[in-house]
Design a protein around this ligand. Structure first.
Ligand SMILES: NC(=O)c1ccc[n+]([C@@H]2O[C@H](COP(=O)([O-])OP(=O)(O)OC[C@H]3O[C@@H](n4cnc5c(N)ncnc54)[C@H](OP(=O)(O)O)[C@@H]3O)[C@@H](O)[C@H]2O)c1
Length: 318
């Protein structure tokens, strides 16, 4: 791969896509292309064919997806299944037809079975039932992983899937109804501090264990996958370290400087007790995360304060 290779980052304005764009620019890649969903709706096959015909990308990184939490998945199962299938089917199939040299597909840890043992290893894929609240999204993502695996097998092309753990960082979604736990907590503590350190109420008992990876580390994993021909079709990406939700809350509280009380609303669900990735496969190839959680949260909080007028707040929508 040379620095002037034409690289198309699908979803380049999203949290992950924009981090990949920054990481590639920092390494001197100078022929990056991206389109917003308004400019190119990836669900539309004809539009995607036209785009590939005119741009002829050599590399495609698929960071475009319809994403969302339990509520969104629950309310719009059809869109979560079909939008993601259309987006990835078009990108994968048209990349194959247009002789794209390298394709990197991004999945998510939710593709693993609900009761798989921890830490989650790549070989646990398709060994048991999925978590029903996000099975629509997970089935689409599993199809993407399998399509890339099939292309490797049948056409011997360099198509690879990366499965990130929970990500956080710059350009995250801070809407309190649709965001993930870390940005939601960050915003809640910030707003409570501004209200004279009023108490912060958080969901559940605080005991579940979760893993978090700074999005710029994820982007470096994508660059690593781009620059190395990886021998397997699927790699987990994470820190391999987890902490309780209570410890996460205390870390964020300290970073924000909130001095009030934390109330745990135990009437709200905890979710799965533990979710941790086994990252030894990618670590053994030479990639490892660099940013520790405290540092990543501090960077994210600085960015949040500087961009507070323009932070992304994704609304629940069909
Ligand atoms: N965030 C996490 O914690 C996490 C964890 C594991 C895996 N991932 C994976 O990482 C990928 C990106 O997630 P993210 O957190 O960066 O999400 P995000 O911030 O919501 O970004 C998603 C991107 O997809 C694009 N997109 C959606 N529908 C599209 C369509 N029909 N046509 C064209 N583009 C479309 C959006 O483009 P516009 O902005 O132009 O609309 C947006 O840039 C996903 O595959 C997700 O599964 C994320």
């Amino acid at each position: 791969m040379n620095r002037s290779s034409k690289i198309y980052i699908a979803g380049h304005k999203g949290m992950v896509g924009s981090a990949i764009w920054r990481a590639l620019q920092n390494k001197g890649y100078n022929n990056l292309i991206g389109r917003t969903s308004k400019e190119l709706d990836l669900r539309n096959q004809d539009s995607v064919i036209q785009f590939f015909k005119s741009e002829k990308p050599e590399v495609v990184i698929d960071a475009a997806a319809r994403v969302g939490g339990i509520l969104a998945n629950n309310n719009y199962p059809y869109q979560f299944l079909m939008d993601n299938l259309f987006i990835q089917n078009n990108l994968i199939d048209i990349s194959l037809k247009f002789e794209v040299k390298k394709f990197i597909f991004l999945g998510s840890s939710c593709i693993y079975p609900k009761f798989a043992s921890q830490p989650l290893k790549e070989e646990y894929l398709l060994t048991d039932l999925l978590e029903p609240t996000n099975e629509w999204y997970a089935i689409a993502k599993i199809t993407g992983v399998k399509a890339c695996e099939a292309i490797r097998k049948q056409f011997e092309k360099d198509y690879v899937s990366l499965m990130p753990t929970n990500l956080y960082g710059i350009n995250d979604n801070f809407d309190l109804e649709t965001s993930h736990v870390l940005p939601a907590m960050l915003r809640k503590f910030h707003e409570a501090k501004k209200k004279g350190n009023s108490p912060v109420t958080l969901w559940g008992s605080g005991t579940p264990l979760r893993e978090f990876l700074f999005v710029d580390d994820m982007a470096k994993a994508v660059v690593f996958a781009l620059e190395n021909k990886l021998p397997e079709y699927l790699y987990n990406v994470g820190t391999g370290v987890d902490l309780t939700i209570k410890e996460l809350a205390e870390t964020i509280q300290k970073t924000v400087g909130h001095l009030g009380e934390i109330i745990w609303d135990k009437s709200k669900p905890d979710g799965t007790p533990r979710k941790l990735m086994d990252v030894s496969r990618l670590n053994s190839m030479g990639w490892k995360h660099e940013v520790q959680l405290e540092e990543g949260i501090a960077i994210t909080y600085d960015w949040f304060k500087q961009n507070i007028e323009n932070i992304k707040q994704v609304k629940l929508q069909e």
